[in-house]
Design a protein around this ligand. Structure first.
Ligand code: CP
Ligand code: NVA
Length: 306
């Protein structure tokens, strides 16, 4: 019997640079023909099941539209509609879905659930966000930076705010794409010791500081995210701790004059970012959101080998 390797997309840290580059290139190529008669339909006859244990706008719409534009079909399962929440194990769900569909995308809380699903599925599993990672987002972000400013290798990325799931995937990307990652966050909301050790082992240039100004100095990208993620319960304490890390005009002025502002969205104006920045000339957030569609087509194509 032949053993088939299933192509999961679980974390940027799982991949080598060449594979990530291959995925991005496919996404860029598919973007070229998007909306034209030349757009290929390699997913004809294939179905994606998406599972959402948390809310979503961009991830849900971009995966559904992307799959359909490439000729495939989609089933979306959310929250209480499915048996996951009623005690059927993740592994059993994975085994059953593997008999009906061709690829699964899951958004959930614990990273271990994504691994449990991938371990039991005989089809590819894609991580659509966990409490600790958001790899699809960062693939779209790299694509966006490179469209605007060229290769990200050797550049400087400043994260100011909560060192959350999105930040963690940025750190993974720093190791794989060769840019410097500076994370400015309050002491209690910084990357974990495990993440810092991982970055050191993998040769990532990671700087962790409590000083957003030092982190922003000369940066090519200033990026942030909500102060209160979907899994956070301590909103008032976080808001107070994170106030000094707001991305505003004063912080943007310290970055390179050519710097772009990025945010995965949804954004909270006048909290983690001022309207002047997110609605200003350096912001690329709408192109960034659109690139979820194109980057994920590259991810789906790689997973499906199609
Ligand atoms: N950026 C992002 O993943 O957005 P959604 O939560 O709307 O999917
Ligand atoms: N950090 C945010 C990202 C949302 C896309 C959250 O987890 O809620």
């Amino acid at each position: 019997a032949t053993t088939k390797t299933v192509r999961h997309f679980l974390d940027i840290s799982d991949f080598d640079t060449a594979t990530l580059r291959e995925i991005l290139k496919r996404g860029r190529d598919l973007k070229q023909t998007n909306g034209t008669a030349q757009h290929p339909q390699p997913f004809r006859g294939l179905t994606l099941a998406t599972i959402f244990e948390k809310p979503s706008t961009r991830t849900r719409v971009s995966f559904e539209v992307g799959m359909r534009q490439l000729g495939g079909d989609v089933i979306t399962l959310t929250g209480r509609e499915i048996q996951l929440g009623h005690g059927e194990t993740i592994a059993d769900t994975a085994r059953v879905l593997s008999r009906f569909v061709n690829v699964i995308m899951i958004r959930t809380d614990h990273e271990t659930k994504v691994h449990e699903m991938a371990g039991a599925a005989s089809i590819p599993v894609i991580n659509g966000l966990t409490d600790t990672s958001h790899p699809c987002q960062i693939m779209a972000d790299i694509m966006t930076f490179e469209e605007k400013r060229g290769p990200i290798e050797g550049r400087v990325v400043c994260w100011s705010g909560d060192a959350n799931n999105v930040c963690q995937s940025w750190i993974h990307a720093a190791a794989r794409f060769g840019f410097e990652m500076r994370v400015a966050a309050p002491a209690s909301l910084q990357p974990t010791a495990d993440t810092i050790a991982w970055a050191a082992r993998e040769g990532a240039r990671l700087v962790v500081t409590e000083d957003p100004k030092a982190a922003a100095e000369g940066a090519d990208i200033v990026v942030t995210d909500t102060w209160v993620s979907m899994h956070h319960k301590d909103a008032p304490a976080r808001m107070a701790l994170l106030a000094p890390f707001q991305v505003n005009d004063a912080l943007m002025k310290l970055a390179s004059p050519d710097a772009i502002f990025m945010h995965c969205l949804p954004a909270h104006r006048e909290e983690e970012v001022t309207s002047s920045v997110i609605d200003g000339p350096q912001s690329v957030v709408w192109d960034e959101a659109e690139n979820r569609l194109h980057a994920q087509k590259g991810i789906l194509a790689w997973c499906l080998n199609a």
